[in-house]
Design a binder for this molecule. Structure first.
Ligand code: NAG
Ligand code: NAG
Length: 331
């Protein structure tokens, strides 16, 4: 709200004074000397108005958006101004290109059809667990290799108990630590939940040096194979399916296919732009009454990129952000 007011002030400050100058000038025009002085003043003023205005307001917007944490702003007196209602700054306008993520999604498919739809559309009707592991990988994989961060946080149990989801989408899954944890929780509750795990299963650049995570073969990490192995270990092959493509392109496709979820966890790229894209796309896949949440609200990476993306998204849509441990939650 504060930002709105500041922006409002920026835009209407000059025209307001402009009108007053013209009114006053009528009295002074009869005396040549003050009149000349006044014309000079008006000219100076006009020059300043035309040159200063646009760049000033856009700077103002960038600064407020970039800091996003509520730095106290100088309060301005607007009480006497009869200006039209303030337009929200472009960064908060839902029609701004920055805030637009494709057309409406297709009509939602029934939750019961989620698994068969993914098997058909992603795996040509076969299951990625069929004949797993193949002989050439069997000796390379560990029976179980689960590594995660905050994957057993209370937030998972809290939200699964509350939402009782039929479909969960996990955006960023790595070795499946939180996915297998969620599968266990839904099983305990007797829910028949499908968990879709979106990940390109490439890890990240530099991560291959950390050989303790997964085996490497000809420069390739066996992340997806080890993920499948972990799911097999936890007896969760009937409730967990990987979708092994980049999160952005996959979320778009799910939107086109009408694959929706009651619970969506976002935990992929932690830079602002990756998080921003994932959050915006993911939210389109949320069923009414669903909950979206994500990891690493407090991470310092990319100047707190995750938090900036979450907070800006909440601001654009008028949502509240709750914090549960390391996670952010938008209901
Ligand atoms: C996909 O499935 C169809 C029908 O089972 C089969 O004829 C086709 O060969 C499969 N395509 C690939 C690339 O495996
Ligand atoms: C998976 O199922 C097998 C056979 O029912 C059981 O022995 C094993 O303990 C289960 N593993 C886990 C991690 O639940």
């Amino acid at each position: 709200m504060k930002d709105d007011q500041d922006h409002h002030h920026q835009q209407h400050h000059h025209p307001f004074h402009h009108r007053r100058f013209w009114k006053l000038s009528g009295n002074y025009l009869r005396n040549p000397k003050p009149a000349a002085y006044l014309i000079l003043l008006i000219l100076t003023y006009a020059l300043g108005y035309f040159t200063a205005s646009p760049s000033l307001s856009s700077n103002q917007i960038t600064t407020t958006a970039a800091t996003s944490s509520s730095t106290p702003t100088v309060s301005t007196t607007l009480t006497t101004c009869n200006c039209p209602p303030a337009a929200s700054p472009p960064i908060l306008d839902k029609n701004n290109d920055h805030n637009r993520f494709g057309p409406e999604c297709a009509n939602p498919i029934p939750p019961e059809l989620t698994r068969s739809t993914i098997l058909n559309r992603v795996f040509n009707g076969t299951s990625p667990y069929d004949n797993f592991p193949p002989p050439h990988l069997a000796n390379l994989l560990l029976p179980k290799r689960v590594k995660g961060w905050g994957s057993n946080g209370a937030v998972f149990e809290n939200l699964i108990n509350k939402v009782r989801p039929k479909v969960i989408i996990e955006v960023g899954t790595f070795l499946g630590a939180s996915a297998t944890h969620m599968a266990g929780l839904t099983r305990q509750l007797g829910l028949d939940t499908q968990i879709l795990c979106l990940d390109d299963f490439r890890g990240w650049l530099g991560f291959r040096d950390r050989t303790e995570y997964v085996p490497i073969q000809n420069g390739d990490v066996l992340l997806m194979a080890q993920f499948l192995q972990n799911v097999v270990y936890y007896n969760a092959t009937e409730s967990i399916l990987p979708i092994p493509f980049s999160t952005g392109s996959t979320l778009q496709k799910l939107c086109e296919m009408g694959v929706m979820a009651d619970l969506i966890e976002v935990d992929a790229g932690h830079d602002f732009h990756s998080a921003w894209s994932d959050i915006n796309w993911a939210h389109k896949l949320l069923r009414p009454g669903g909950v979206m949440f994500g990891h690493d609200y407090h991470t310092k990476y990319d100047n707190r990129g995750v938090r900036r993306a979450v907070d800006l998204f909440a601001k654009v849509h008028g949502f509240k952000v709750k914090v549960d441990g390391q996670h952010w939650v938008i209901e």
